[in-house]
Design a protein. Structure first.
Length: 395
C-alpha cells in the first residue's frame, strides 16, 4: 500500500494539494472539511481535471476542526496530515498529529504566535517519532527553504532580502489586486507589524510601510512594502544576520489605498461599531470582507506569483550573493492558479518528502532547518514551478 495523506480544508489550497498528491498513482488522499458543499465541489473538480478514476483513491469526510478528539480520530491510519485550514487551527491540529503519531505540515501562522506554539511541541513530537514542519506554503514556506539553502555554508550573513507577490496579470482598479488566498489572512498581514533585522537589531516596522520600486522579468515597475508574518521563523533561525527583511509585491498605488482602510480600522480584528438599523455590534472588518470578497475575486482571470530571495554573506572570507527567483503563471491546462501552484504544491511536496523519508529529522522544525533545498527545488520543478538559482562572487 502506498502513502496515505489527509488534507484538512477543501478550500482554494487544500483541494489543489489533494489533486497534487493524487497525481502519484500509489498515493491515497482523505480530504476533510466541515462544509459538505466544499467537499462536493472539490470532488467534482478532481473528477473533471483528473478523470473519475482518481476518485478511487480519494475519500472525503466531514470534520469539525474545533473538536480535537475528532481530529485525532480522523488522522489515524494516515502517514501525513496537510493542514490547509485557517491558521488559528494550527496548534490544535499539530497537537492532534502528535497524539495520532502522524507527520504534520501547514500553510503558516506566524501571526499571533501560532507557529511558535507549534514549534514548542518539538520534544513531545520527537518522543513520538513524529515530524512537525509548519509554514510550508509559499511565504512563509518556499522562501524559508530557499533562504536556508542560500545561507547553508555562510560564515557570516550580510543580508537576506525577500520579495513576494501574488498579483493579477491584468490589474483592475481601484486596488490592482485579486485575492488568490484567504482575504482574512491578507487583512492580518496588512494590520500587524512586520518583524525584521536591521543593522543587527531586531525591530518592528508597520505593515504597508517603506515602499520601494522593484522589477521582475516581464513585470515592472512594481511596489514592495513590509507586511506581517513574512519573515516567519527566519528571524530566529538567522538572528545573527546583519539585515533580514520581507516585502510584499503589488502594482503601484496598492499600499496607499490599503493604508487608508487600515487607518480607518477596517483590518482591526477587535474593533466593533453600533449601527442603528442593525441589531448588535458589527465588525467593520466583516463588512469589508463581505464587500471585497466578490469585488476582488480573481474569477477566470490569470494571476502570477513573483518571488525573489537574495542572500549575501561570506564563504572563506569572500563575499557571495545567492539569488533565487520564480515567475509562475496560472496553469490553464490544469486550471490551477499561480498562487495555488506555489503554495499548495509546496505543501504537497514537503508532505511527500516526509512520507518517503527524505526528511529524517524528528520533532518540530522550521522549513529552513529541515527541508533539503535541492530536493525541494527538483520536486517543485517536476510540478511545473521553476525556481532559478544564481550565485556570484561580489569581491
Amino acid at each position: 500500500m502506498g502513502d496515505r495523506f489527509i488534507v484538512l480544508g477543501a478550500g482554494k489550497m487544500g483541494r489543489v494539494a489533494a489533486r497534487a498528491l493524487l497525481e502519484t498513482p500509489e498515493q491515497t488522499v482523505t480530504l476533510a472539511d466541515v462544509r459538505e458543499e466544499a467537499l462536493l465541489a472539490a470532488t467534482e473538480e478532481i473528477a473533471e481535471t483528473m478523470g473519475r478514476e482518481a476518485l478511487h483513491r480519494l475519500q472525503t469526510r466531514t470534520l469539525d476542526a474545533s473538536d480535537e478528539t475528532a481530529i485525532v480520530s480522523a488522522l489515524e491510519a494516515h502517514n501525513v496530515v496537510l493542514n490547509a485550514l485557517y491558521f488559528t487551527f494550527n496548534e490544535k491540529v499539530a497537537h492532534a498529529a502528535v497524539e495520532a503519531g502522524v507527520h504534520y505540515t501547514d500553510l503558516g501562522g506566524h501571526i499571533m504566535g501560532v507557529t511558535e506554539r507549534v514549534l514548542a511541541l518539538s520534544e513531545v513530537a520527537r518522543a513520538k517519532g513524529v515530524t512537525l514542519i509548519p509554514d510550508v506554503g509559499v511565504a512563509p514556506g518556499m522562501i524559508n527553504v530557499l533562504a536556508g539553502h542560500g545561507a547553508r555554508d555562510l560564515e557570516t550573513i550580510e543580508a537576506i532580502e525577500i520579495y513576494v507577490g501574488g498579483i493579477p496579470q491584468r490589474p483592475k482598479p481601484p486596488f490592482g489586486y485579486a485575492h488568490v488566498f484567504s482575504l482574512e489572512g491578507l487583512f492580518d498581514h496588512y494590520e500587524d507589524d512586520s518583524e525584521i533585522i536591521r543593522d543587527g537589531q531586531r525591530v518592528r516596522v508597520p505593515a504597508l510601510s517603506e515602499i520601494e520600486t522593484v522589477y521582475f522579468p516581464q513585470f515592472g515597475p512594481l511596489e514592495a512594502f513590509h507586511t506581517a508574518g513574512g519573515t516567519s521563523t527566519l528571524i530566529d533561525t538567522f538572528q545573527h544576520a546583519h539585515n533580514l527583511m520581507y516585502k510584499t509585491v503589488r502594482y503601484p498605488g496598492h499600499a496607499e489605498r490599503m493604508q487608508l482602510l487600515k487607518t480607518l480600522g477596517f483590518f482591526n480584528r477587535e474593533r466593533t461599531v453600533e449601527i442603528e438599523s442593525v441589531q448588535g455590534a458589527v465588525r467593520p472588518r466583516d463588512v469589508l470582507l463581505t464587500m471585497l470578497k466578490k469585488e476582488l475575486d480573481l474569477g477566470d482571470d490569470d494571476d502570477v506569483v513573483l518571488l525573489r530571495v537574495q542572500v549575501r554573506g561570506t564563504v572563506q572570507g569572500h563575499r557571495r550573493e545567492r539569488r533565487y527567483e520564480t515567475v509562475t503563471f496560472r496553469d490553464r491546462h490544469k486550471n490551477v492558479t499561480a498562487m495555488a501552484q506555489t503554495t499548495a504544491y509546496s505543501l504537497a511536496v514537503v508532505a511527500e518528502m516526509l512520507a518517503c523519508g527524505e526528511i529524517e529529522k524528528k520533532g518540530a522544525l522550521p522549513p529552513e532547518l529541515s527541508v533539503p533545498g535541492e530536493m525541494y527545488m527538483e520536486r517543485m520543478h517536476a510540478r511545473g514551478v521553476l525556481i532559478h538559482a544564481f550565485e556570484r562572487l561580489i569581491d
